[in-house]
Design a protein around this ligand. Structure first.
Ligand code: ZN
Length: 326
């Protein structure tokens, strides 16, 4: 009888215990579950994940580690990430030291991740641009260069799932055709902007490859540096000083730049400082009406992201009739 008087709280204890169970219906929980039908792939960035999804189709279940607006340059492992690494059948990273947060870098190496940029670099180092005593990791900004990742993705999926090798090869081939078309479309669109107007100023140094591939005419070495400038250096957490501001103002005046491009995941403080400094010296400068996507994808696919960037750059630098856009 002594225990019976506590019986009334039993339903509440039951309900509380239900609440403390992990939610098995979140997308992450679904990805973490055992699955014999699909390869579970952990990819560091959305841009790389997008290519993996295209090649893998419904044979793969992809999870992006550094999603949304997080900064891949400084990302460190958080609670729960180690479990994702343990669950993954395959781990794919951008490489070229983009993911340079110490804890993440160490785990990627320990788990023998496929570093796409490093694979391409090892065969064709001449295709890459130097930056801060290393290699510029933002190679997705040149579609023709990023598309060289596709054969490595196909190969990795075939190795993990040989029974469907042919499927991966076919989808990889289709993706290469799509990327080739995208590269061509961006080149055509940029060529409509007169060369003297093709100047890009962004928050951080993510657009070197874009400038080399799409903004200069003959692609001569170093030419693209004339057409692209970013005050915050390679990593968006860089601080901007008075000397940087003066350098940008000189560039703006010399090349008659009238617009600077904000990036979706970076504070606009530095660019606003530059705009204010220009105004105080009688130089008119404004922010772009739409943000560019640099280190975060924003759109539903890599192809859409690059189309967005090309469209924004073209419409800001040299507006043309919308029919001529894509
Ligand atoms: Zn970056």
């Amino acid at each position: 009888m002594r225990y019976l008087k506590f019986l009334w709280i039993a339903p509440f204890i039951f309900l509380l215990s239900l609440r403390s169970l992990p939610d098995r219906n979140t997308p992450l929980q679904k990805w973490m579950e055992p699955d014999s039908k699909k390869l579970h792939i952990l990819v560091t960035t959305r841009m790389c994940a997008s290519l993996v999804e295209e090649v893998g189709g419904d044979r793969v279940h992809v999870w992006t580690l550094i999603d949304e607006d997080l900064d891949p340059h400084s990302y460190q492992l958080v609670k729960g990430d180690a479990e994702k690494f343990r669950r993954a059948d395959l781990i794919i990273a951008n490489g070229l030291h983009l993911e340079h947060g110490r804890s993440l870098q160490n785990l990627l190496k320990e788990k023998e991740a496929l570093f796409l940029g490093d694979k391409i670099f090892s065969l064709s180092p001449d295709l890459f641009l130097p930056m801060d005593n290393g290699i510029d990791p933002h190679f997705w900004m040149d579609v023709s260069l990023f598309s060289r990742s596709v054969p490595y993705i196909v190969e990795a999926l075939q190795k993990k799932d040989p029974a469907h090798s042919q499927e991966y090869a076919v989808r990889g081939g289709q993706l290469l055709l799509q990327l080739d078309l995208l590269d061509h479309k961006i080149r055509v669109l940029m060529s409509k902007i007169p060369l003297e107007k093709r100047y890009l100023v962004t928050s951080h140094d993510a657009f070197q490859y874009f400038a080399r591939r799409y903004l200069v005419k003959n692609g001569a070495e170093g030419d693209h540096l004339e057409h692209f400038l970013a005050p915050e250096g390679v990593s968006p957490d860089g601080q901007i000083g008075a000397l940087d501001i003066q350098k940008i103002i000189r560039h703006v005046v010399k090349n008659r730049v009238s617009v600077v491009f904000a990036e979706s995941n970076i504070s606009k403080d530095s660019l606003n400082k530059i705009i204010e400094a220009c105004r105080s010296q009688g130089v008119e400068l404004r922010l772009s009406r739409a943000d560019l996507y640099a280190d975060s994808m924003g759109e539903e696919s890599y192809i859409k992201m690059m189309e967005h960037n090309a469209r924004v750059i073209q419409s800001e630098l040299y507006p043309i009739h919308p029919d001529e856009n894509f």
